[in-house]
Design a protein around this ligand. Sequence first.
Ligand SMILES: NC(=O)c1ccc[n+]([C@@H]2O[C@H](COP(=O)([O-])OP(=O)(O)OC[C@H]3O[C@@H](n4cnc5c(N)ncnc54)[C@H](O)[C@@H]3O)[C@@H](O)[C@H]2O)c1
Length: 352
Amino acid sequence: MSTRILLLGAGLMAAKHAERFAEIPGATVVGVVDTREDVGAEFAKTHGIEREFTSLGDALDWGQFDAAANVTPDPVHYPTTMELLAAKKHVLCEKPLATTFAHADEMASTAEAAGLINMVNLSYREVAAMREAARMVAAGDIGDVRYFEASYLQSWLTQDAWGDWASEPAWLWRLSTAHGSKGVLGDVGIHILDFATHVAGADVDTVACQLKTFEKAPAPGNEAYAPLDANDSAIMTVALANGATGTVNATRYASGHLNDLYLRIFGTKGGLEVSFAKNTSALRYCATSAMTTATWEDVPALDVPTNQAVFVKALTEGGEAMPDFRRGAALQAVLDAAEASDLDDGRRITLG
Ligand SMILES: NC(=O)c1ccc[n+]([C@@H]2O[C@H](COP(=O)([O-])OP(=O)(O)OC[C@H]3O[C@@H](n4cnc5c(N)ncnc54)[C@H](O)[C@@H]3O)[C@@H](O)[C@H]2O)c1
């Protein structure tokens, strides 16, 4: 029997989940929940989904699904995932897993105790060049990692390729701490932290952070989102458990970049440069033998499965569902420490 998936949330990102699940033989999206009835109905029609609900409670009363993809706004992840886990449903949750480490940790512990498949949608695990870079670092191809520079560049505050941030709810909630947003730090800072530390093969030991928010206001009629006080740029310097140090930066003001990630990572025996720009991934390598001439070669990378495919495989065949909630919680601890550092004038904070 096909694995039955419930989509929780029918906004921008949910469309990607629906398309991805539709590509997987053995998985069917059987229902969608959105608190905005019209949005949910339109989404169900577009994606050919049979059932639609306006509350998770109604979907749970119906109950005819095995697993859920939680694609609600960040502050909704914790309460709704806890409800899903209590009902013994497996969960693929959007990032950031929660808005605090305490909640993320509780989600991980609850899922583990219940023996449920739990996964966090850190989408850039699907970047082939990043996966190959992680493999090469683990294989010792650049020796001991010493230094790295990672950045996530977006520009939706300076141009409208994705719509108008001042009047569209999907962007407005991301700019408002009262709506649970952790700013660019929680929105995409988590992606680049995962990207850099996964490739480096070590967790964050200490972090110091500076956040920056520029003054801005919602368009008339959207005052409910004021003040737009969530951070727009985040600059972190981190030290990893393997001794390497590096910078991890994210901004919504990188005019000229829509959604690009870069990582340059250097070790005692070589260097790697990973990029994911304009949806294209590339990997360059300076091998030990090429270090004196600083010659770089392109490295081909193999295709990697989507996170949705990994999740369904774990459900149907018992494969590993990584990155899991435990990983999401570990990253959340870094985000919390980064926020605390910023509030304390950039003081370096050691993770517990
Ligand atoms: N992994 C990625 O690369 C990636 C990319 C974009 C967004 N995201 C994440 O996906 C999530 C959703 O982002 P989005 O851009 O789709 O936002 P969005 O605002 O477009 O969509 C969220 C939807 O959830 C609905 N909703 C709110 N509360 C709900 C509830 N209690 N029950 C059911 N539905 C509810 C809203 O009505 C809305 O339609 C966020 O956590 C975001 O960080 C991840």
